[in-house]
Design a protein around this ligand. Structure first.
Ligand code: ADP
Length: 462
């Protein structure tokens, strides 16, 4: 039996571009929007883009405000909010928050708390993948504490290995180890980094794969067991294990391999009984073996390019799924998998206020000029950029996400390059010149790149 609970009002427990992205989706569906903002964010754009806005966490730090579960729940209850969308980061992968919403009869727009729990721990996620029959990178089945345990794994599988935080995210809490004499220090450091970044010191070990591609599959699943994939994104262009440029669909994967990866993602999320939008991430080796690395049980920064190639509004689908609609209902409109076929290519660049010449150190200050680019096939998801805006050191340095769509990959890259050149941003440095170099690089244009792309090309920094 289908149970539909239509939302009248949705609160977004987030800030900046993703909050605005979600407000737009709500408004198009006739849903009223509520923003929350930290004291330090009182002139942040997201606050003005919602129908209602309330300050939270007075006297608290700029980040703590957005992590204040009770303050957010309180605003939601006081203002008759039906559902909360957590965006990405902050409380998006906090199982306790999802449970608190449920207790207060507020819908959490995302998967169940149990999915957040399983996929929030990479060791548990790997166990889930094994039971679903998905290949994983050789690794320790449990967290590792002692040098002896680590050596046992390294002796069996050989170096290099990578020590990873079980609760890790955002490319942090990872250390590559190439020989035994580095092992003890890597272990100690990874544990202490994990403890301070994620409040959990647990680490485990994987074999380190040389020069893999990062391929991830976008999934949508309703509450009735229907799961669909929206094809893959290639997120191999990374710096310090963090994505910088993303491409959809993948340019260089052979089609049988691509199908296998998309199928594996479906298989895993079906086995997990997953609900709502999620992403299954894989690494693909140069000899075309693919391995599961993790699931992100939330909307991702790079969802925009999947929307451009499939025409599916992922955020609106999230809202409809949370209201209780099935994928096949006209409100979502995915009757079967065969109906979704990618058209053309889309590329996303994350434009940040970082100085490529100073090792991408974050820049702060006032934007003296901010003139956007645009044109056919360009999508901008902004949150902080306008003339006069002050870039503070409190939050991440994402200024605007630029997505370009065209029928061919080369056209999309050329369009992106042209678009980046059109931006005029003065007052703070941005990574735009670096991104232009990426768009023009022959290896990028050939589609033949892997996660070593940025590290092996000093010419990108010129
Ligand atoms: P996070 O959750 O912090 O994003 P992931 O597990 O998703 O961490 O990994 C992020 C990136 O780190 C991958 O895209 C890849 O570039 C690199 N990486 C992670 N695990 C391995 C591995 N075993 N071998 C090689 N690279 C890896």
């Amino acid at each position: 039996m289908k149970r539909i609970r239509k939302f009248n009002k949705v609160l977004v427990a987030n800030r900046s571009e993703i909050a605005i992205r979600i407000f737009r989706a709500c408004t198009e569906l006739g849903i009223r929007t509520v923003a929350v903002y930290a004291e330090q964010d009182h002139i942040s754009l997201h606050r003005f883009k919602a129908d209602e806005a309330y300050m939270i966490g007075e006297g608290k730090g700029p980040i703590e405000a957005y992590l204040d579960i009770e303050a957010i729940i309180e605003v939601a209850k006081r203002h008759d909010v039906d559902a909360i969308h957590p965006g990405y980061g902050f409380l998006a992968e906090n199982a306790e928050f999802a449970l608190r919403c449920e207790q207060e009869n507020i819908v959490f727009i995302g998967p169940k708390a149990s999915h957040i729990q399983t996929f929030g721990d990479k060791v548990d996620a790997r166990a889930m993948a094994i039971s679903a029959g998905i290949p994983i990178i050789p690794g320790t089945p449990k967290p590792v504490e002692t040098l002896q345990e680590a050596m046992l794994f390294a002796n069996e599988h050989g170096y290099p290995i990578i020590v990873k935080a079980s609760a890790g995210g955002g490319g942090r809490g990872m250390r590559i180890v190439r020989s035994q004499d580095e092992l003890q220090e890597a272990l100690t450091r990874a544990r202490s980094e994990a403890a301070s970044a994620f409040g959990n010191p647990q680490v485990y070990i994987e074999k380190y794969l040389e020069n893999p591609k990062h391929i991830e599959v976008q999934i949508l699943a309703d509450q009735y067991g229907h799961v669909a994939h929206l094809f893959e994104r290639d997120c191999s262009i990374q710096r310090r294990h963090q994505k910088v440029v993303e491409v959809a669909p993948s340019v260089s994967l052979p089609s049988d391999l691509r199908n296998q990866i998309n199928q594996a993602a479906l298989q895993l999320m079906s086995a997990a009984g997953y609900i709502n939008a999620g992403t299954v991430e894989f690494l693909v080796t140069p000899d075309h073996q693919f391995y599961f690395i993790e699931v992100n049980p939330r909307i991702q920064v790079e969802h925009t390019i999947t929307e451009l190639i499939t025409g599916v509004d992922i955020v609106q689908s999230q809202l409809r799924i949370a209201e209780g609609y099935a994928l096949a209902d006209p409100e979502i409109g995915i009757q079967d998998q065969a109906q979704i076929s990618p058209r053309g290519y889309a590329i996303q660049c994350r434009v940040t206020t970082e100085d490529p010449e100073r090792d991408f150190a974050p820049e702060t200050g006032r934007l003296l000029a901010y003139r956007s680019s645009g044109g056919f096939g360009i999508r901008l998801d902004g949150g902080t950029g306008f003339t006069g805006a002050v870039i503070t050191p409190h939050y991440d340095s994402l200024l605007v996400k630029v997505s370009a769509w065209a029928m061919s990959y080369e056209q999309a890259a050329n369009k992106m390059n042209r678009t980046l050149q059109e931006f005029r941003i003065r007052g703070v440095k941005t990574n735009i010149p670096f991104l232009e170099n990426v768009m023009q690089h022959p290896d990028f244009l050939s589609g033949e790149y892997d996660t070593s792309f940025i590290d092996t090309k000093p010419e990108l920094f010129e």
